[in-house]
Design a protein around this ligand. Sequence first.
Ligand SMILES: Cc1cc2nc3c(=O)[nH]c(=O)nc-3n(C[C@H](O)[C@H](O)[C@H](O)COP(=O)(O)OP(=O)(O)OC[C@H]3O[C@@H](n4cnc5c(N)ncnc54)[C@H](O)[C@@H]3O)c2cc1C
Length: 440
Amino acid sequence: MSPVVRSVSSDEVLPKAVDVVVIGGGIVGTASAYFLAKRGFSVALLEKGHVACEQSSRSWGWCRQQNRDPREMPLSLISMRLWANLATDIGQDLGFRRTGLIYTTDNAAMLAYWEAWRPTAKEFGVETHMLSAAEAGRQIPQARRKWLGGLHSVADGKGEPAIAAPALAEGARALGATIHQNCAARGLDVTNGRVTGIHTEKGHIRADAVLCAAGAWASGLMRRHGVIFPQASVRQTVVRSKPTANVGEVLYCPDVAMTRRLDGSYTMAISGRATLEITPQGIRFAREFLPQFIKRFKSVKLRLGSSFYGGPESLGALFGNDPTIFERNRVLDPAPNRRLVKIIMDNVRGTFPQLAGLELDQAWGAYVDCTPDAIPVISGIDTLGGLYLAAGCSGHGFGLGPGVGYLAADLITNETPSVDPSPFRLARLTDGSMIKVGPL
Ligand SMILES: Cc1cc2nc3c(=O)[nH]c(=O)nc-3n(C[C@H](O)[C@H](O)[C@H](O)COP(=O)(O)OP(=O)(O)OC[C@H]3O[C@@H](n4cnc5c(N)ncnc54)[C@H](O)[C@@H]3O)c2cc1C
């Protein structure tokens, strides 16, 4: 079942020509469209389903700097600044609040890992405090476990996945962009080695540039045009409660991660409980993902599932050239793991006495699209002029989304990049560079 998302109006008539076509109406595509339109570029945003129908509405909504790979930190700082201003700029609430994040643990290695990140926090001016066991216990009850300690990341926060990308799409539209939902991009129009437009299910648009922000579908889409983008998705389960007592805004412990939503309900999941389904695309990029698989071996279950035959990593997406695969998969909506839903509910009810009667509202599944080093790709494509890629946010693209969109707009409009774009170039994943796996 898909999570609830605020709907956005569509423009029914495709423009004949625009400066930039953006493929994908997730947080990355909508933020890119917004920042491009803000710079005066004409933009058409294409979404095969509806805005935010895939990862961006299924996310926990954390906007964090804490525990990020140093390569992502400059982008993360920019994202937090953008988040803080977007509501005023667009004139709509995106649900962003600097609530701080609370982490607690009974695992000494985890605590040491948080402690080891403090020099990065200092280097980038991020305020973060370690919590003693007693302080941690005051934040998250020690009913199921005894904490060794915790962490308070003061300046981090959350956004509302049901409204953030829709608000960005509407912000872009107010600046002249057109938004086309139920309108899949089928393939690029290429003339003399340069992108000159896009073929969609509703017709053709001429464009000087195309940005592929197609989330989990990006690799298959790029492959049709000879561009190799190593990408793999892991499947996760998320639960939403009914509105309930406030036990904290953004909380993490080994038994549950919780985000309080604007209506007083909680988004809940267990960190690190993911399933890696064996797929043709996964087999294709097995070598590139081996270091990450080894690093996360204990937290990822390997399964053969239906995604071998259908969806973005299937035989059809990888080897076929079927232009309508995107239309047949309007919304990637995998079933949640029912066993895990029960475990999450039991863990929360058993941890917080005030939530003993917590009621389940909804549960959903989701695929998280990852790169081999768990760092996004935000990059022009050397072999195909006018083509850009912004995808592979590896489980942390909601918080980074505004910064990713801003940097993508910098690259497309040929402005001085707001951060060094080299850590995000596509070629790092394909030119034999050593792959250093970052934290998820
Ligand atoms: C369970 C879960 C929890 C998460 N928690 C967090 C978190 O707390 N904090 C955080 O920072 N990140 C989190 N993430 C990660 C974050 O949600 C993603 O990194 C981010 O949403 C990716 O945004 P996107 O725009 O790249 O992709 P998506 O949101 O997946 O958007 C891509 C869009 O492209 C469309 N599309 C694909 N192909 C085509 C086509 N051919 N034509 C037209 N449209 C197309 C799709 O329909 C889709 O809507 C989480 C993710 C999940 C799944």
